[in-house]
Design a protein around this ligand. Structure first.
Ligand code: SF4
Length: 122
């Protein structure tokens, strides 16, 4: 069965609109890309879509009650809510330093969640 998908390539600021044609789940044509990265993006986005996740976690005895965190690399899109649920259950102890690992190998993805700023103790 032939299926059409429209994507916007986010590999660079140009943001090409990609028209992707699939046949029986296989990409048979990509149009609209200005370079090869668009082809790689279409393949990644269709077969293994991933996103960076940014959120906050609670900090005990911190200058602020929350510290911002993010995934070091994009994680599989279907697992975003599981990552957010894990983060909800965490409470760090101040002080927290920028780049501290908050969760190592989150959900066995091989990706760490790290703090994106310092959070000193009060
Ligand atoms: S296809 Fe190439 S030029 Fe177009 S947005 Fe993607 S990376 Fe940029």
């Amino acid at each position: 069965m032939v299926e059409k998908r429209r994507l916007i390539c986010i590999s660079c600021p140009v943001g090409c609109e990609l028209d992707v044609t699939l046949d029986d789940g296989k990409i048979i044509e990509v149009e609209g890309n200005s370079c090869k990265l668009g082809l790689d993006y279409a393949e990644q986005e269709i077969f293994d879509p991933r996103r960076m996740v940014a959120s906050t976690v609670r900090v005990k005895n911190g200058f602020h009650p929350l510290v911002p965190v993010y995934t070091e690399k994009p994680i599989p899109k279907p697992r975003i809510f599981e990552v957010l649920a894990e983060l909800q259950d965490i409470e760090l102890e101040a002080p927290v330093a920028v780049n501290d690992v908050v969760i190592e190998n989150v959900l066995d993805t091989g990706i760490n969640v790290i703090a994106s700023r310092d959070m000193p103790k009060v």
